[in-house]
Design a protein around this ligand. Structure first.
Ligand SMILES: C=C(OP(=O)(O)O)C(=O)O
Length: 291
């Protein structure tokens, strides 16, 4: 009997489409057909609502990664509007993969909720936006996935209590996350998954893991510890400019991750009988030898 929950794998496209719908659709198609994952995820921001005027008008802190003269212009370049998100969701439905988006401000939350995706994500950076969390709890009835990078244990407790207050904790997926691009292995702190499970496993729908490390071994360990929703950044080319690309998996890496998670899911069982049929053949042959 398999007691482990089936892994649900999310390809985090984020802004790795470079503001280009064709690239976004190519990423979706590869995620479904080649990588065989369950969902793709984007990001939605209203930059003038999210950023201060000063942040909006300042140059990108790392100009070589910038798509505009200011940080605001850079962010706008990478932004799809709600109609484009509708088109991407329709495209996902056509090819049979779940669509989702993380929302970074109240206006984005309202726009994306109007598309009725299966789930909406609240990134680590915005899990303290109580106004947005309250709005989503009251107005959106799908799953709410929340990442907990850059978040204290007390703040996580407050988050879960907010969901309980709204009777929405059973729609909550709580992700372990370290925010960094990429995250060195010693900062992944995977055993915090155990703490989330111990404290909140029975209160929430699932425990997840949002990884920003290199390679795919860590995600398999996260799943084995009990995080069954696994999200990884995903791009067509890790050398494209921007920190997210460098901390992403390319299609071959994501395909291997999907293969490995599904293999480990199958393997995480107890023997259903002392000697399995596959072993009986070997037992008859190898345990009946003379010496
Ligand atoms: C930044 C995001 O997530 P995380 O906090 O999990 O990295 C996101 O989903 O947009």
């Amino acid at each position: 009997m398999n007691t482990y929950k089936t892994p649900y794998i999310i390809a985090e496209i984020g802004c790795n489409h470079k503001g280009d719908m064709q690239i976004a659709k190519e990423l979706i198609q590869m995620a479904k057909i080649f990588c065989q994952v369950d969902a793709v995820k984007f990001q939605k921001r209203h930059n003038k609502e999210l950023l201060t005027e000063e942040q909006y008008n300042s140059p990108h802190p790392n100009p070589s990664n910038s798509y505009g003269d200011t940080y605001g212009a850079h962010r706008e370049y990478l932004e799809f509007d709600v109609h484009q998100h509708q088109e991407l969701k329709d495209f996902c439905e056509e090819i049979g993969i779940d669509y989702s988006t993380s929302v970074w401000d109240v206006t984005s939350a309202k726009e994306i909720a109007s598309l009725h995706p299966k789930f909406i994500k609240i990134p680590s950076a915005c899990n303290n936006n109580v106004k947005m969390l309250e709005w989503l709890c009251n107005n959106y009835d799908g799953e709410l996935h929340i990442s907990t990078g850059m978040t204290t244990k007390d703040e996580i407790e407050d988050l879960v209590q907010l969901f309980k207050k709204h009777n929405r904790n059973k729609d909550l997926v709580l992700y372990n996350c370290t925010s960094g691009y990429p995250v060195p292995f010693e900062d992944v702190c995977l055993l915090d998954i155990n703490l989330l499970i111990e404290k909140y496993g029975s209160d929430v729908k699932h425990i997840g893991f949002s990884g920003h490390h290199l390679g795919i071994a860590v995600d398999v360990a996260a799943y084995t510890l009990g995080a069954n929703v696994i999200e990884r950044h995903y791009t067509l080319d890790r050398t494209w400019k921007g920190t997210d690309h460098a901390a992403s998996l390319e299609p071959m890496g994501l395909r291997k991750l999907s293969r490995d998670l599904n293999a480990v899911h199958k393997a995480l069982t107890f023997k259903s009988q002392d000697i399995l049929p596959i072993e009986q053949v070997q037992r008859d042959k190898l345990k009946n030898q003379k010496g």
